[in-house]
Design a protein around this ligand. Structure first.
Ligand code: GDP
Ligand code: IMO
Ligand code: MG
Length: 425
């Protein structure tokens, strides 16, 4: 019996996609449990290099059932183009993707409103959203007026719901000076979605329950990272869902006690895209070097990622909050040419020492305290066993492990599927 959850321990883009792709080789089921096409999960395998947004990273394995779970928000137009792009490269038809009927649909007005709401924020208040309509779609969900995947299956129900909702949505659009939508144009769109995806919109709960009860291998795939969790991250510079292991139970429909392992993915340094505090951010040539070597540009928006050192305090918090059993430390190779590597071990805030992660407001005033590590100055990209890693690199990893109080069992030294070191506990 094995239910494993993969989540991000930092501000997103930790390398979740490549870890899910690796673990999915043995998975019967992969479930994306929250978020939408704000995700940009890179997978590099024998079929090519792919940037996945709404599709689960298990789609490259023919025998894996891929579920876009109840906790997600789905843009069917984007799903269509993503499937088309991948099928063009691989030459194979993807028929293994199912959408839970409870998932909410991102409508064209959600995207328009996302951009408009962001445009109204002052520079210091900007969240830097992906403008994919994520926040506005979850707003409707919380307000209990959203359109769910099941709704597009029944034309009459959809017409009734949408005609009531559209009055409100058009009023919001008019407030921002944006074009409004007619009921008929949205009904026409929904018809297209129904024709293409209708048979794949199902109640996933019976299949998921059966898989759990029969002890099959299930993988939950999180999007983003806990530092942008809407409750426990840097609110309001957060996403509108819970990218945590607990969010995984909720969004996939799996009881907490069924989870066997939680794989927390973290880079050996850190990056963040969008606004909000980021205590170890660097503004010098070290940041430029990390960005250049690590190719730190957004998969979804192409924006340059903010870069900085590893924050062990934030990562310790992330491991505890998620009940992480295994840390996957990615991009260790990016540090191969750094003579000195820094790790944040505490903060000073208003003259006071903090050894734990405080709330957003205090994070904005926090100054990181660093420990220095000697760089190994050797190429690690060819290492495949723990013993292959340079001694100084192993010391660095062992020290990180102590700071975050969680075993580091997977270490990646490059983006390819096989550039991974599995370390016995
Ligand atoms: P995700 O959103 O968590 O799936 O991560 P992203 O795909 O947005 O960003 C991770 C980037 O790092 C991608 O370009 C990956 O191909 C790349 N990557 C993943 N692991 C490694 C690694 O160990 N070394 C290097 N050099 N690149 C990696
Ligand atoms: P993956 O899954 C990095 C950030 C945005 C913004 C905030 C809210 O590839 O790690 P949203 O569009 O969700 O309302 O934006 O969260 N953000 C991400 N940053 N990686 C992601 O996904 C992200 N998804 C959202 O930049 O600051
Ligand atoms: Mg990403």
């Amino acid at each position: 019996m094995s239910v494993n959850c993969v989540i991000g321990l930092q501000w997103g883009d930790e390398g979740k996609g490549r870890i899910v792709d690796y673990l999915a080789q043995k998975a019967d089921m992969v479930i994306r449990f929250q978020g939408g096409d704000n995700a940009g999960h890179t997978v590099v395998n024998e079929k090519g290099k792919f940037g996945l947004h709404i599709l689960p990273s298990g789609i490259f394995n023919e025998d894996t059932m891929n579920i876009v779970g109840a906790g997600t928000v789905v843009n069917f137009d984007r799903m269509h183009s993503e499937l088309e792009e991948i099928e063009k490269v691989t030459g194979e038809k993807i028929e293994s993707v199912f959408i839970d009927e409870r998932a909410h649909i991102i409508m064209p007005y959600h995207m328009a409103l996302d951009g408009a709401e962001e445009g109204k924020r002052s520079e210091s208040e900007k969240i830097g959203t992906t403008k994919r309509g994520i926040g506005p779609c979850y707003q409707d969900k919380a307000a209990r007026c959203g359109i769910r995947a099941a709704d597009i299956l029944d034309e009459e129900t959809l017409r009734k719901k949408l005609s009531a909702l559209l009055v409100k949505k058009n009023r919001e659009l008019e407030y921002y000076g944006l074009p409004t939508y007619t009921l008929e144009e949205l009904m026409e769109k929904a018809k297209g979605w129904r024709e293409e995806f209708g048979n794949n919109i199902i109640d996933t709960n019976p299949a998921v329950r059966e898989a759990v009860e029969e002890g099959r291998n299930i993988l939950l795939e999180g999007q983003l990272g806990i530092m942008r969790d809407n409750d426990w991250g840097i609110y309001p510079y957060s996403t509108s869902s819970n990218p945590t292991a607990a969010g995984g139970c909720n969004g996939a429909g799996i009881p907490p006690r069924a989870i066997d392992r939680v794989y927390g993915v973290a880079k050996a340094y850190s990056t963040s895209v969008g606004g909000g505090p980021y205590m170890t951010e660097l503004f010098d040539e070290t940041a430029d070097k990390l960005r250049a070597i690590g190719h730190e540009f957004g998969v979804t928006t192409g924006r340059p990622r903010r870069c900085g050192w590893f924050d062990a305090v934030a990562c310790d918090y992330a491991c505890w909050m998620n009940g992480v059993t295994d840390v996957c430390l990615t991009k260790i190779d990016v540090l191969d040419t750094f003579e000195t590597i820094k790790v944040c071990t505490g903060y000073m805030i208003d003259g006071e020492y903090y050894s734990h992660l405080p709330e957003t407001r205090l994070q904005e005033r926090a100054k990181p305290i660093y420990s220095d590590f000697e760089g190994w100055m050797e190429d690690t990209t060819g290492c495949r066993k723990w013993e292959d890693l340079p001694e100084k690199c192993r010391t660095f990893i062992l020290e990180l492990e102590k700071l975050i109080k969680t075993p580091i069992t997977l270490i990646s030294v490059g983006p390819e599927r096989d550039q991974l070191i599995i370390r016995e506990k």
